[in-house]
Design a protein around this ligand. Structure first.
Ligand code: XIL
Length: 329
C-alpha cells in the first residue's frame, strides 16, 4: 500500500518526541505503524513562544516534515493548558492584555500549522481534578483566575477562525472510569460542549486522553453513553493519549501485560460502543521512551510497560487486538 493511501478502518496514531528523533529504530517504528503522528510537546505554548513575540517552530516543523514525507496526518496539542506556559505569559496580570496574548498566540501558531493538522486540542485539562472538592467544575488555573471561564470560548473562537478546516477539540483525562468523580467529570465535559454550542461556537470533538490505570475499573456503559451523548450533540470523539499505568499491578511483564490488555479492551468496548472514534492515538509507541516512568514509576523497581511496543520494540498482544478492532471500525 502506498504511504499516502487513505487508511482503512479507524486511523491509528502515536505521539512522537523530537528529542528521540535521532534514534532511527524509534523513528522507523512510527513510519511503519502509524497513520497519524502527533508532536508530543513541540507545539505547547512555552516551546513555541518562549519569549513574547519570539516563535520557534523548528522542532515542530521537523516532526511535521516527517509526517508529510511519510504520508502521515498529524494533529496539534495544545493552546490552553495549566502547564508548560512561559513565564512571560503567567506574568501578565491585566485580563485584556492576557486575552490579546492568548489570541495572538493561537492565531500565529494555528496559521503556521494550517493545512498540516487535522485537529487541535484547543483546551487541555480544564475540568477540575476532583470537581466536588476543588470548588467548581473547572480546574483552578491561572487562565481561569485571570480570564474567568470565558478563556474557553475565547480559545475556541480564535482557533476555529485561524484554522477553519481543523477540528476543534476539548481534550481531557479521567473520563472512562467507574465512580461518582468520573460521572461528574463526564457531565462537566458535556456541559462545556453544550455551553459552547449554545453560544454558537464550533466544537467538533472531545478528546479522551485515556491514561488508563490498570488497577481501575472502566465504566464501559458510562463511556459508551458519553460517546452517544456527544454524538447526539453532533460532536465526535477521539482517543488522544492512550497508555497504561501499571504501578499497582503486582507481578512481572506477563502479569502487567495481561492487566494492560484487560483495561485497554474494556476501554475500547466503551469507546466503540458510543460512536465511531475519529482516531486512537497512543502517548508514545515504545516503552523505551515514556512519561509514566517519570511521573508514576512502579514501586518494585521494574520498568513500567505503558505502550504498544516494549523497550526492544516487540509488540504487546494488546496492540494486535487494538489494531484488529480499529481495522474493523
Ligand atoms: C507530557 C509529556 O508526555 C512529557 O514529555 C512532558 O514533559 C509533559 O507533558 N497529559 C497531557 C500531556 O495532556 O500533554 C502530558 O504530556 C501528559 C498528561
Amino acid at each position: 500500500m502506498p504511504a499516502t493511501a487513505a487508511p482503512k478502518g479507524i486511523p491509528f496514531g502515536a505521539a512522537i518526541q523530537s528529542e528521540h528523533f535521532e534514534d532511527t529504530s524509534y523513528r522507523d517504528l512510527f513510519a511503519r505503524e502509524c497513520d497519524l503522528v502527533l508532536p508530543m510537546n513541540e507545539l505547547k505554548f512555552a516551546l513555541v513562544q518562549p519569549e513574547r513575540g519570539q516563535f520557534d517552530f523548528s522542532r515542530a516543523d521537523r516532526l511535521l516534515d516527517f509526517c508529510r514525507d511519510n504520508g502521515k496526518t498529524a494533529r496539534g496539542t495544545t493552546f490552553v493548558w495549566y502547564s508548560t506556559n512561559p513565564a512571560w505569559v503567567e506574568a501578565i496580570e491585566d485580563p485584556v492584555e492576557l486575552e490579546r496574548a492568548l489570541v495572538d498566540h493561537i492565531e500565529r501558531v494555528a496559521d503556521h500549522c494550517k493545512g498540516r493538522l487535522t485537529s487541535w486540542d484547543v483546551v487541555n485539562e480544564v475540568i477540575a481534578h476532583e470537581p466536588e472538592e476543588n470548588g467548581g467544575p473547572l480546574r483552578d488555573t491561572f487562565w481561569l483566575r485571570r480570564l474567568g471561564p470565558r478563556h474557553i470560548p475565547i480559545a475556541f473562537v480564535a482557533a476555529s477562525r485561524a484554522d477553519p478546516k481543523a477540528k476543534m477539540v476539548l481534550n481531557e483525562y479521567d473520563l472512562e472510569f467507574r465512580g461518582p468523580r468520573f460521572d461528574q467529570r463526564r457531565a462537566i465535559a458535556l456541559s462545556i460542549v453544550r455551553q459552547l454550542q449554545d453560544a454558537g461556537i464550533r466544537i467538533d470533538a472531545a478528546g479522551l486522553q485515556a491514561h488508563l490505570y490498570a488497577h481501575q475499573e472502566i465504566d464501559v456503559e458510562a463511556l459508551a453513553r458519553f460517546g452517544a451523548d456527544l454524538k447526539a450533540l453532533g460532536v465526535g470523539i477521539l482517543t488522544t493519549e492512550l497508555d497504561v499505568i501499571d504501578f499497582q499491578v503486582p507481578g512481572g511483564p506477563e502479569e502487567i501485560d495481561r492487566a494492560a490488555a484487560k483495561v485497554v479492551g474494556d476501554y475500547l468496548d466503551g469507546l466503540l460502543g458510543g460512536q465511531r472514534p475519529e482516531t486512537v492515538i497512543t502517548w508514545g509507541l515504545t516503552d523505551r521512551y515514556n512519561w509514566v516512568e517519570d511521573v508514576m514509576p512502579r514501586g518494585d523497581g521494574q520498568p513500567c510497560r505503558p505502550l504498544p511496543f516494549d523497550a526492544d520494540l516487540r509488540p504487546k498482544a494488546w496492540y494486535g487486538d487494538l489494531r484488529r478492532r480499529l481495522a474493523q471500525g
